[in-house]
Design a protein around this ligand. Structure first.
Ligand code: SF4
Ligand code: SF3
Length: 527
């Protein structure tokens, strides 16, 4: 196996051997490569043909399946490969058994990519991993009935390019285009989420688990949460969000369910500790699922493209009865069970998306003009297991009191239970939502730039990002495609960025690896 798509990759170079650091076995990694190769074959078949809704769905599911911490199940990946082949055969019937085989629609062998020149491999990896992240967002939007032709089309274009013998000049613009299309995709998902469930409103979320049966629901898919809320109506089963599902509490139509009570635990990398002997089932709708431990292996359920060997999978019919029955059987805690965030806080807040922040735009602009707010920091992105991520907690703690911290994605669990007080009538810490809600941060930045009649890079705004998996890759590409400079990135730089490509990013976008909170704050604030 070879895989270097995430931040915890072995030795900061690549996972090889029997299994990856995430627990993905070599056989699964190889099958995922085979799946990606088949998707490239599908992209080849699509050039000249019209993909159908079913081709698009198979494309999104296939790409989503290969994201870190999503699918550990060989059988499931095999089924995906077969589905891709079926789609290809439907598009170009007879191509596979043609007597004058031209190899035009053949599957691609991913070894060719992994063994390519390191700069080409780097650019193609940026496109591929960025598209994997984007596929998850497009999939969530699709589940709510929203889809976009330009977004769908780009997957074929990008994958086709990966299979071609192209040079840096042809690949670099495609890297940027991945970012541009992902902005569109995040916008689509924002529209899907807010039109379906309402505009998020500031919401306080308790961390205590009330006594009695409950279900923990993890991942990014709001539609799955909605279906679960519907199916648990009047059943005496409470629902707690976990990880990236936390921002769901802020959507009016989800918030309206009385059984949606609070949030369980912290970021994904703590799940093996936090789920130990948990008296409730856990439902995973997306990443980040870690290898399941013995003490809770009878209570993990998966749905959508998440699968893990021997865990019960809820299929597309979305009948969550087995999860609900498990909750009733396990019974939950006997008494209310207080839990805290990483820093001992007993509640967190969320719901500061673009709708909320822009509704008080006058207040924000006034606070900047009066000097009450001197700087904005977007401290957001993924959390992770490797050491060095305390940087983000310390950064937030050490940021001057006249600065506002915007945050999003699961990296916020490092500091979202801290009480940072208020500034100009606004909370100093504002959670904008999931990673895809980077769209909100962009909307706010653009609106501020308009209000101050300057470019986004001239605003007193600094992005301090943490990455782990491929969704962070597509978001980073979006920010770069918008020309946003001076981003601080950590905890380490991606292994798939070659020294030459890094130089390019530093020269053109002044990306900096994080150093220490003190040094970085000094550098940022002295500008
Ligand atoms: Fe390694 Fe990350 Fe790939 Fe898992 S996803 S095999 S940890 S690089
Ligand atoms: Fe987290 Fe896995 Fe990336 Fe949506 S849940 S951000 S790491």
């Amino acid at each position: 196996m070879f895989c270097f798509q995430c931040e915890q990759t072995a030795g900061c170079t690549g996972c090889t051997g029997k299994a990856g650091v995430c627990g993905k076995q070599a056989a699964t990694a190889n099958l995922q490569d085979e799946l990606t190769g088949a998707l490239i074959g599908l992209a080849r078949a699509v050039s000249g043909e019209e993909p159908t809704a079913s081709t698009n769905r198979v494309m999104l599911e296939g790409m989503f399946t290969t994201i870190t911490n999503v699918n550990f199940d060989d059988e499931a990946v095999r089924r995906q490969i077969q589905a891709v082949h079926r789609e290809k055969n439907a598009l170009v019937p007879g191509c596979g058994c043609c007597s004058s085989h031209c190899s035009r629609t053949d599957d691609y062998d991913m070894k060719q990519l992994w063994e390519d020149n390191e700069d080409i491999r780097s650019l193609k990896s940026l496109i591929l991993f960025g598209m994997r992240g984007m596929a998850a967002y497009a999939f969530h939007a699709l589940m709510l009935g929203y889809t976009d032709e330009e977004v769908n089309r780009f997957f074929y274009k990008g994958l086709f390019a990966i299979g071609e013998d192209w040079g840096m000049d042809e690949l670099l613009p495609l890297v940027m285009e991945t970012g541009t299309v992902n902005l569109k995709c995040m916008e689509l998902l924002d529209k899907a989420n807010t039109e379906t469930y309402g505009t998020p409103v500031p919401t306080t979320v308790p961390l205590t688990i009330e006594k009695g049966p409950f279900i923990v629901v993890s991942g990014h898919d709001l539609h799955d949460l909605y279906l679960l809320l519907e199916q648990t109506k009047g059943k005496g089963v409470n629902i707690y969000t976990h990880g990236e599902m936390l921002p769901a509490h802020a959507y009016p139509k989800l918030k309206a369910y009385p059984q949606l009570k609070g949030n369980f635990g912290t970021a994904w990398q703590n799940q093996q500790k936090e789920f130990q002997n948990i008296p409730a089932p856990v439902l995973f709708t997306t990443n980040c699922l870690m290898p399941v431990k013995e003490s809770y292996r009878d209570r993990v359920f998966t749905t959508e493209v998440v699968e893990y060997p021997e865990m019960v999978h809820i299929d597309d019919k979305k009948d969550f009865t087995p999860v609900i029955e498990k909750a009733l059987e396990l019974g939950g805690y006997e008494n209310d069970h207080p839990m805290t965030g990483i820093n001992g806080g007993t509640q967190v807040t969320t719901g500061f998306g673009h709708g909320t922040v822009l509704s008080v735009a006058d207040k924000v602009v006034e606070a900047v003009k009066s000097g009450a707010i001197k700087h904005f920091f977007l401290v957001g992105g993924c959390d992770g297991a490797k050491p060095g991520r305390n940087y983000y907690t310390e950064f937030v703690q050490k940021a001057p009191k006249d600065s506002v911290i915007l945050t999003l994605a699961c990296g916020k669990y490092r500091f979202n239970d801290l009480d940072l007080g208020e500034i100009g009538g606004l909370p100093r810490l504002m959670d904008m939502g999931q990673c895809n809600d980077a769209y909100s941060a962009i909307r706010v930045a653009v609106a501020l730039a308009e209000a101050f009649q300057c470019g986004v890079n001239e605003l007193p705004l600094t992005m301090v990002l943490s990455w782990y998996e491929q969704k962070a890759v597509c978001i980073l590409l979006t920010l770069l495609s918008l020309g946003i400079k001076n981003i601080y990135l950590g905890p380490t730089l991606p292994a798939f960025i070659s020294p030459n490509i890094l130089n390019y990013l530093v020269e053109n976008f002044q990306i900096s690896p994080i150093s220490t909170p003190e040094e970085d704050l000094k550098k940022i604030l002295s500008k």
